[in-house]
Design a protein. Structure first.
Length: 319
């Protein structure tokens, strides 16, 4: 059995002793600034409307952006996040970088939890996230993660809450105005955690049989268009592993929609493509962990599968 470790703790550092946002910056070693540089072609001519975003300390290019892009200083995102941490009596947990600074994350734990069932550890904790994207691929954002304590499965509420509460900060000229809107709307993302708790209890109350679980697995892990033996065998193994987690996963008993949802989530967070994650090569292992975190919590393939699973479970009938 895999050791169940939260995704962020694999690549982040412990910042639980931080009492100010500047201490967070120092502990996580994220005290770098960004600059924007012109891009030149092979003949030395500037390419119009495209620029590179670089770290000022290492001069490493983090991404290519267009002329409207404006970098948002890390401190400008962390200072209001710290105000939220203090206001809601949260405690800092982890912080780290992805891709040498392409993205920066800071996570704090809220004091409020939700008990889903009487199973041991079937409790949801509320974690708030500050995401700073420095590579031009995403907007900066504040959002919420629901974490099941018994197995450390995590589900990002970003896609729902950010669109509802204007929590995203676009890298444009008036980013500071958008930042204020995001800060003012943060309470709505916390409300999303409470709504998810209601959803979790509803899923736990509805029976979900083995045939339904097989149907779900065929839906979220469909047969490949080209049926090659290797791909087919891998797909079958994936489905069988998730089915086993539905019955025997941490905190699961194989009888409800909540079991089905957590089987999928546990597989994606802790079991999927673990070969590189366990590599003795630290560079390979860290790169795999960074991809896993991005995919699961920042809108990647894993996050998409989790949300598709939830949507299916919410709309299918119990049997």
């Amino acid at each position: 059995m895999n050791e169940l470790i939260s995704l962020d703790s694999r690549i982040g550092v412990d910042i639980s002793k931080a009492r100010t946002y500047k201490e967070v910056v120092d502990l996580a070693n994220i005290n770098f600034s960004l600059d924007i540089k012109n891009i030149k072609d092979e003949d030395g001519y500037e390419i119009p409307d495209f620029f590179s975003v670089r770290r000022e300390d290492t001069k490493e290019t983090l991404g290519i952006v267009k002329s409207k892009y404006r970098p948002v200083p890390i401190d400008s995102m962390l200072e209001p996040f710290h105000e939220m941490v203090e206001k809601y009596d949260a405690t800092y947990e982890t912080a780290g970088v992805i891709g040498n600074g392409k993205k920066v994350f800071v996570i704090a734990k809220m004091p409020h939890t939700i008990t889903v069932s009487d199973r041991k550890g079937d409790i949801l904790s509320n974690r708030i996230v500050c995401l700073i994207a420095n590579d031009g691929t995403k907007r900066n954002a504040y959002f919420t993660i629901a974490q099941r304590i018994c197995c450390l499965n995590q589900f990002s509420l970003m896609a729902i809450s950010a669109s509802r509460s204007n929590e995203q900060v676009t890298h444009v000229k008036n980013w500071n105005k958008l930042l204020q809107q995001a800060q003012n709307s943060f309470q709505l993302s916390i409300d999303m955690f409470n709504e998810f708790g209601i959803t979790a209890r509803a899923l736990e109350s509805q029976h979900f049989g083995e045939d339904q679980m097989r149907s779900l697995l065929n839906r979220i892990f469909p047969d490949p268009k080209e049926k090659k033996k290797r791909k087919t065998a891998r797909l079958i193994n994936r489905r069988e592993k998730v089915f086993d987690l539905y019955q025997n996963g941490t905190g699961n008993v194989g009888s409800t929609k909540w079991d089905a949802f957590n089987a999928v989530t546990e597989y994606l967070d802790h079991y999927n493509n673990t070969t590189r994650l366990k590599s003795a090569n630290e560079v390979v292992s860290r790169a795999a962990a960074e991809r896993r975190l991005s995919s699961s919590l920042l809108g990647g393939w894993d996050d998409k599968i989790k949300k598709e699973t939830l949507k299916f479970l919410l709309h299918c009938e119990s049997m």
